[in-house]
Write a protein that binds this ligand. Sequence first.
Ligand code: ATP
Ligand code: MG
Length: 257
Amino acid sequence: MGVRLKIPKNHVRAASLRIRERLVEGEENNVVTKSGLIAHGRGEAFDYLIGEETIPAALFATRAAAAALLLASHPVISVNGNAAALVPGEMVRLSEAVPAPLEVNLFYRSRERELAVRDALVAAGAKRVLGVGRAASARIPELFSERRKVDPRGIYAADVVLVPLEDGDRTMALKKMNKFVITIDLNPLSRTAQTADITIVDNIIRALPNLVAAVDELRSQERSVLKEILESFDNRKNLSNMLIHIRDRLTRLAEEQ
Ligand code: ATP
Ligand code: MG
C-alpha cells in the first residue's frame, strides 16, 4: 500500500490531486494499469491547455453523442480501467439512461483486471456487465492477442460504441468493422480523437455527467430531431474549433505574461 497524501481543502489543485489519488487507489486494486496512470498525465496536460472546463465545442459533441446513442439499434458502452476508477457511477447511470450495456474492454487484459473492473461497476450499481471471462470470446480483426477480445453480445455486434480514453489502433480497428465510434479524449490530436465519428474533447470527469444529462434531455425527442442534431455535427470542424480554442487561449495567456 502506498502512503496516502493528505490534500488540504484550500490547495489550488485539490480537485486534480483527488482525481490522481483515485487513480493511484485504482492501480493498487488492479483496476488501473501503470500505463493508465501515464495516460492520465497526458490527459491532464491537455486539460491545462483547454482551461480545465467544458467548452461549447465539447458540449456540442456531447449532444451529438447523446443523439447517436439514442438512435442506435445496438449501442454499447466500453469501460476501461481509468473510466472505472474515475466515473463508475456515471457509467452505470449512462448505461441505464440510454439504455446500453456496459462492456469491460481492456488494452491489457487479464482475468484479475477483468474482475476488478467488473467489481468496480457492480459496486457502483451495475446489474449486468459484458466482456468478462469466456464472454469475451469474439475477436476484433487486425489486433493482436488479448487486446482484441470483445463480447459477441456487446461491442462485436454493436452499431454504435462509446469508447472513452481509447487507444488509436483499437479505434481504427473498430472503424474498419464499420462501427460508429464515439470517444471522450482530452487530446484533440490523438489518433483516437482524429479517427472517431464523434470526439468529445473534455475530461471524462466532466463529460460523463453532461452526456447523461443530454441523453435525459433528448430521450423524448422525435427520431427526426435526433437525426438533425447528428447530421448537423461535423467532427473535423469540431476538432478544428477545439484547436482554435486552445490556440486563442494560449495567445491570450502569452500576451498577459
Ligand atoms: P492514440 O493511441 O489515440 O494516438 P495515445 O497513445 O497518446 O493516443 P492512449 O493511452 O492510447 O494515448 O489513449 C488514452 C487517451 O486518453 C489519451 O489521448 C489521453 O490524453 C486521454 N485521457 C487521459 N485521461 C483522460 C481523462 N481523464 N479524460 C479524457 N481523456 C483522457
Ligand atoms: Mg495509444
